[in-house]
Write a protein that binds this ligand. Sequence first.
Ligand code: TPP
Ligand code: MG
Length: 280
Amino acid sequence: MAVLNHPPSSPDLPAIKGRALNLRRKMMRMASGKGEGYIAQGLAMADCLATLYFHEMRYDPTNPDWKERDRFVLSTGHYSIAMYAVLAEAGTLQDEELVTYGLNGSRLPMSTFDDIPGVEIVGGSLGHGLGQAVGMALGLKLDGSSARVFCEFSDGELQEGSTWEAAMGAATFNCDNLVVIIDCNGIQADGVVTVKIEPVADKMTAFGFETIEVDGNSVEALTDALAKLRAPNGKPKCIVQRTIPGFGIPTIMARDRAHFVRIDNSEWTALTAELERENG
Ligand SMILES: Cc1ncc(C[n+]2csc(CCOP(=O)(O)OP(=O)(O)O)c2C)c(N)n1
Ligand SMILES: [Mg+2]
């Protein structure tokens, strides 16, 4: 069976960065097709997803249900644009289907469904990803599997009690096969995060996680942190990643309201040109 990757000892940084740029290109095509979408979060997640799928995770794109696969659980269903992009880049989805993102009748809605190949959970209702990921991690351990579970969730979800209950469960059950990645982008919908959640890294450590805080738009920092968090030492792992919504396209990064971007055709064309100018 073709296994896409096992973690190599040293990451191929230019290759991972090239993948991240491809993800951003795909996402821009998807959002411009519908004229709107959660593009800012998608662009910001590109470095993390490229690092996971093209370096860290054990994943066979031709067999997304492979029992021994590492699982990626996207808790923020509205980040689906990033999920579809990485699945297409890996070869699990086809590029042609991406342009149907968010359209009526499409298999690729703006929030994830688990009948899409490579998507592990139904998204949309926030605060449920970590609980499901802990269940998966515990189940895999009980089965004697060496597969790991990578779970992304957001700073907004840190305001939900279910997240903290699940975090306590992960430590209680010694889920050292679980790596959570908290996307701290500083926003929740149309404003800044309202309830005081900091210091996130200290809190996760206090809850029993081995925790590293990184710049989530640095492939170097992400590969380094993931390598340090591979030890099966009984502790669940946590990466607190700081990201900038719209990363890669300065005009989107500078937007006041970046949670949902709805703009004209001509603006999508200009922003796509900006992506190439800045990163191509
Ligand atoms: C349980 C639940 N409550 C509210 C919402 C509505 N909602 C959709 S996205 C969002 C913002 C949440 O913040 P965060 O997850 O940090 O997302 P970001 O704004 O960074 O994309 C909210 C409140 C939801 N999807 N689920
Ligand atoms: Mg947020």
